[in-house]
Ligand binder design. Structure first.
Ligand SMILES: Cc1ncc(COP(=O)(O)O)c(C=O)c1O
Length: 368
């Protein structure tokens, strides 16, 4: 494995220093929660090795989110990142081929790169609404394609697959004898129609999800993968056991409490997040130097600056942070031009969001 640090991680706000940022619009989750926000106080837990698959009550809560899933289909992992690592390293080798959407959450690309497999990228195009072309995925398949990897809701664009496209991808994977990996980390933040957990549709489909984004608790490192293929599950479990045997019993206890309150939590959260999206929409509508594809899920969007070739993007980002204290996720975090940037509208307070948007407008004009 040829590991290289990802730029999105090197430049992550927690690495830069939260205290140095005034308006943090770079996050992809809702605001970070405290135990008290979740109404959780910890019992006197026994700190033993937990069940290797993850606590059974927790797995039952996860499986219970979709008809046709059993707790035994769920493997709890160290975040969705841990699940993606287990899946990539279990399925891919240097002689395999992967079809993956780009831009994407960096791990979906970087771990396969570190493995050294052949990769075909399906590039999403702003001018086509960042929509996934299932025909292009099909055309990219080769005899040694092992995995098709998509993300829905998508990071960084916030676009979603239609149900018809998800079904078509599942059917494609079944027909061509490969796996469909659907990174569903933002599923609970679907602002429109929530798609089914892909793994419930076929043993060829593997779902990945997490509590980090919709629940704002990335610090407990709880994610999971779901597969209905028992042999494959065993292989993933072997990988988990070799990495860390089991998860943290403290993290799993907190995750269980959070998921027990899921419906009420999301019922309050989702209208708030839709209203946040409207704030950004109103800014985009009134800002001639910015256009975006209106996100349908997650709490991020990926706007494009309407600037000329002389516009100095490096200077823009320097001023945005240095002078205006505003941090966004620049395009290079996602192998995209720096005229794109990711805005996270769920993490900051409403006042911070408005302050950050005004700062972007100001920084854009410093060079015009
Ligand atoms: C699409 C996607 N998948 C996975 C992750 C990893 O999340 P975590 O490991 O915190 O669950 C992220 C984080 O940004 C993400 O955007």
């Amino acid at each position: 494995m040829n590991y290289a640090r990802m730029v999105i991680e090197k430049e992550a706000p927690e690495e830069y220093g939260y205290d140095r940022i005034r308006f943090n619009l770079s996050e992809s989750s809702i605001a970070d929660q405290k135990l008290s926000d979740l109404g959780v106080s910890l019992p006197d837990l026994t700190l033993f090795y937990g069940e290797h698959r993850g606590d059974r009550t927790l797995r039952a809560l996860i499986a219970g989110q979709e008809a046709g899933l059993s707790p035994d289909d769920v493997l709890v992992t160290a975040g969705a990142a841990g699940a993606l690592f287990i899946i990539a390293t279990s399925l891919l080798s240097a002689s395999d081929h992967l079809v993956v959407v780009r831009p994407n959450y960096a791990t979906n690309i970087e771990t396969p790169k570190a493995i050294g497999c052949a990769i075909t990228y399906i590039d999403l195009d702003f001018d086509k609404g960042f929509a996934l072309d299932v025909g292009a995925v099909e055309a990219a398949l080769k005899p040694n394609t092992r995995t098709i990897s998509v993300t829905c809701p998508h990071n960084p664009t916030g676009t979603m697959l239609s149900r018809a496209d998800l079904d078509a991808l599942v059917a494609l994977a079944e027909r061509r004898g490969c796996y469909l990996l659907v990174d569903e980390t933002y599923r609970d933040l679907s602002l429109g129609e929530k798609l089914p957990v892909a793994a419930s549709l076929s043993p060829c489909a593997i779902s990945v999800c997490s509590l980090s984004k919709a629940f704002g608790i990335p610090g407990i490192r709880i994610g999971w993968l779901v597969t209905r293929d028992a042999e494959l599950y065993e292989r993933f479990l072997a990988a988990k056991e070799q990495i860390g045997i089991c998860g943290s019993v403290i993290d799993e206890a907190i995750a269980t409490k959070a998921l027990q309150g899921r419906d009420a939590f999301l019922a309050t959260l989702l209208p708030e997040m839709a209203a946040r999206r409207d704030i950004v929409q109103a800014w985009v509508d009134s800002e001639p130097l910015i256009e975006w594809v209106r996100p349908q899920g997650g709490v991020v969007g990926f706007p494009r600056m309407g600037v000329g070739p002389d516009f100095d993007t490096a200077r823009f980002y320097e001023s945005l942070l240095g002078r205006h204290g505003t941090y966004v996720g620049p395009g290079h975090w996602f192998e995209m031009p720096k005229t794109f940037f990711r805005i996270g509208f769920g993490w900051p307070t409403e006042a911070e969001l408005r302050g950050g948007l005004a700062a972007i407008s100001a920084a854009l004009r410093e060079q015009n």
